[in-house]
Design a protein around this ligand. Structure first.
Ligand SMILES: NC(=O)c1ccc[n+]([C@@H]2O[C@H](COP(=O)([O-])OP(=O)(O)OC[C@H]3O[C@@H](n4cnc5c(N)ncnc54)[C@H](OP(=O)(O)O)[C@@H]3O)[C@@H](O)[C@H]2O)c1
Length: 248
């Protein structure tokens, strides 16, 4: 297995993004999560800052720097209150647009991420008319609200991605949480995955695993992956994988 220490995206990768965009009219999706050796992305109390070491967090910031947008689920916002900005130590980072999946518009208009100064926009994706008052307050604040007509309990990802593509977003880094990861994996809507594994054990049945949701019923249905490389970064290992189309 190659140990790849190059943290910079290659021009070959930019080409794959472009050709995927042209072929599908959808943004290119990379999933990224930082987990303990036992596969947890937070403790049972929701504490997740920080499982990964500083060096691998820099790697994730570089992925952000090279993505048009970062996407998270509303629970991650409500629990972690992340800024989702790009903070690189050796250069000025380019913030990616921040996308939040929030079907019933639970976001607090005073959420720090909505009030911070950033060149990138925040996009709240919600169901059509989920909360008209809050939607109009958010818009007045300069937040983009993307309303999706749907009857399902969660937002339909394909439709969401298609509309984000029409807004000009060509690549998205999906950064959690557990429920959102499963939705993208279940719907086969990702092209690359970066799992950062750190040498600690969190334990706990209530602690979120990297991929939650309902999960697959049988191993036969599970998502098969092809491991492209393993990077040793600081004390962590970053596994880079892609869906194994032949193994499906
Ligand atoms: N270590 C890491 O890398 C990392 C990264 C991020 C988060 N985390 C941790 O993950 C935990 C939160 O994870 P979580 O699983 O509870 O929540 P989550 O994935 O952040 O958010 C899930 C919520 O997003 C909304 N949503 C809307 N459309 C969806 C769709 N199509 N698919 C999935 N979700 C959709 C749903 O809420 P509505 O129905 O209300 O819309 C859903 O309950 C936190 O403890 C956080 O610290 C860890």
């Amino acid at each position: 297995m190659p140990i790849d220490t190059n943290l910079k995206p290659t021009s070959k990768r930019s080409q794959s993004i472009k050709s995927y965009n042209e072929r599908t009219s959808l943004p290119y999706i990379r999933l990224s999560f930082g987990m303990s050796l036992d596969g947890k992305i937070a403790t049972y109390t929701g504490d997740s800052k920080y499982i990964s070491g500083p060096e691998s967090r820099q790697f994730v910031h570089r992925l952000r720097h090279n993505s048009d947008a970062i996407l998270v689920g509303i629970n991650t916002i409500l629990i972690d209150h992340p800024s989702l900005t790009t903070r690189l130590t050796n250069q000025v980072g380019k913030d990616a647009h921040r996308i939040i999946l929030d079907s019933t518009c639970r976001i607090d208009p005073y959420e720090p991420l909505l009030l911070q100064t950033s060149n990138a926009r925040t996009i709240v994706v919600t169901k059509l008319n989920s909360h008209p008052q809050k939607i109009s307050a958010l818009r007045k604040q300069g937040i983009l609200v993307l309303e999706i007509e749907c009857t399902s309990s969660t937002l339909p990802l394909l439709e969401v991605l298609s509309q984000l593509y029409q807004m000009g977003i060509r690549s998205i880094l999906v950064e959690g949480g557990s429920t959102v990861h499963f939705s993208f994996i279940r719907d086969h809507l990702f092209q690359e995955l970066y799992a950062t594994i750190s040498p600690l054990i969190i334990g706990g049945e209530q602690a979120k695993g990297a991929v939650g949701g309902q999960g697959f019923q049988t191993l036969n249905e599970s998502m098969k992956l092809h491991i492209k490389s393993i990077k040793h970064v600081g004390k962590d290992y970053i596994i880079h994988a892609i869906p194994d189309i032949k193994g499906e």
